[in-house]
Design a protein around this ligand. Structure first.
Ligand code: DGL
Length: 267
C-alpha cells in the first residue's frame, strides 16, 4: 500500500480526458495533475524538445513525491515514453499501447483510422503497436493539427469544429474504417462533433479508459494502491491558471479550485 499521489501530465488540457477515467477507476487515489499550458502544443515540436519537456514534467511530479506517472499525452508518449522509462525508476505509462489494444479488439473489418497530432502520426507509434497485436489490420492515419487549438479555445461544439472535422475525416470515412482512434488526448473533448461527422457505424476509440485500467493493474501488482476515503486533487499549470480553470471545470463537471502556477523550466 502507498498513500503517495499519482502524477498525471499533459501538454495542456487534453490529459483531463485521462484524468477523468483515472478518477473513476481509482477513486481512492490522490492525484497531482500538471498541464504544460505555457508550451502547448507539443504536436509539431521535435523529438528532442518533447523529451526535454517530458523530463521536466516528470522531475516536477517527482518533487511532489508521486508513486507512478501517466503521460496523458499521445505526442509525449510517442516521442518520450521509452526514454522516460530508461531514465526513471518509478512506473511510467503512456496512452498509446492501451489505445492500440482497444482499437485492435474493436475493429471487425480490420480497417482502423488513427488521428492525432503531426508528432504522433509521423512517429507511427500507433501503427507499430497495432501491428504487434494483428498485422492484418490496415491503418489509415491522419494528422489533424487544427483540433487542438479548437479545443483549447473552447470551440469543441461549434460549426467551426464540425467543418474542420468534415474536412479532415471525409477521406477516412471513404476508406471504410470501422473504428477511429482518438489518438490525441484533446480529441475526446470533440467526441460529440467527431461522432456526428463520422456517423454511428464508426466506433470512436478513446484510449483513456484502458490506460486507467492498465494503471490500476500496475498499482495492484506493485502493491502501490491507496485506500483513502478522502482524496485530494492538485492542479499545476505552467501558464496563467484562469483559462485552464474554466475549461477544466466544464469538462470535469466540477469546480476546479486552487490551480497553481509552476515555473517548469526550473526542473
Ligand atoms: N495532448 C497532445 C496529444 O495528446 C495534444 C496537444 C499538443 O499538441 O500538445 O498529442
Amino acid at each position: 500500500m502507498s498513500d503517495r499521489p499519482i502524477g498525471v501530465f499533459d501538454s495542456g488540457l487534453g490529459g483531463l480526458t485521462v484524468l477523468k477515467e483515472i478518477m473513476k477507476i481509482l477513486p481512492n487515489e490522490d492525484i497531482v495533475y500538471f498541464g504544460d499550458t505555457a508550451r502547448v502544443p507539443y504536436g509539431s515540436r521535435s523529438k528532442d524538445t518533447i523529451i526535454k519537456y517530458t523530463f521536466q514534467a516528470i522531475n516536477f511530479l517527482l518533487s511532489k513525491n508521486v508513486k507512478a506517472i501517466v503521460i496523458a499525452c499521445n505526442t509525449a508518449t510517442a516521442r518520450a515514453l521509452k526514454e522516460a522509462n530508461e531514465k526513471y525508476d518509478i512506473p511510467i505509462i503512456g496512452v498509446i499501447e492501451a489505445g492500440a489494444r482497444t482499437a485492435a479488439y474493436s475493429t471487425k473489418n480490420k480497417i482502423v483510422g488513427v488521428i492525432g497530432t503531426e508528432g504522433t502520426i509521423t512517429s507511427k507509434a500507433y501503427n507499430l503497436e497495432i501491428e504487434k497485436i494483428d498485422k492484418d489490420i490496415k491503418i489509415i492515419d491522419k494528422a489533424c493539427p487544427l483540433f487542438v487549438p479548437i479545443v483549447e479555445e473552447g470551440w469543441s461544439n461549434t460549426d467551426i469544429a464540425t467543418l474542420t472535422a468534415k474536412r479532415y475525416l471525409d477521406e477516412l470515412i471513404k476508406q471504410d474504417i470501422d473504428s477511429l482512434v482518438l489518438g490525441c488526448t484533446h480529441y475526446p473533448i470533440l467526441k460529440r462533433t467527431i461522432g456526428e461527422v463520422v456517423g454511428e457505424k464508426i466506433k470512436l476509440v478513446n484510449p483513456a479508459k484502458e490506460t486507467a485500467i492498465d494503471l490500476k493493474k500496475i498499482l495492484e501488482n506493485q502493491d502501490l494502491m491507496n485506500n483513502n476515503s478522502k482524496v485530494s486533487y492538485e492542479y499545476y499549470v505552467s501558464d496563467i491558471p484562469e483559462k485552464f480553470a474554466n475549461i477544466a471545470g466544464e469538462f470535469l463537471k466540477k469546480e476546479i479550485e486552487n490551480i497553481k502556477n509552476v515555473e517548469i523550466q526550473k526542473y
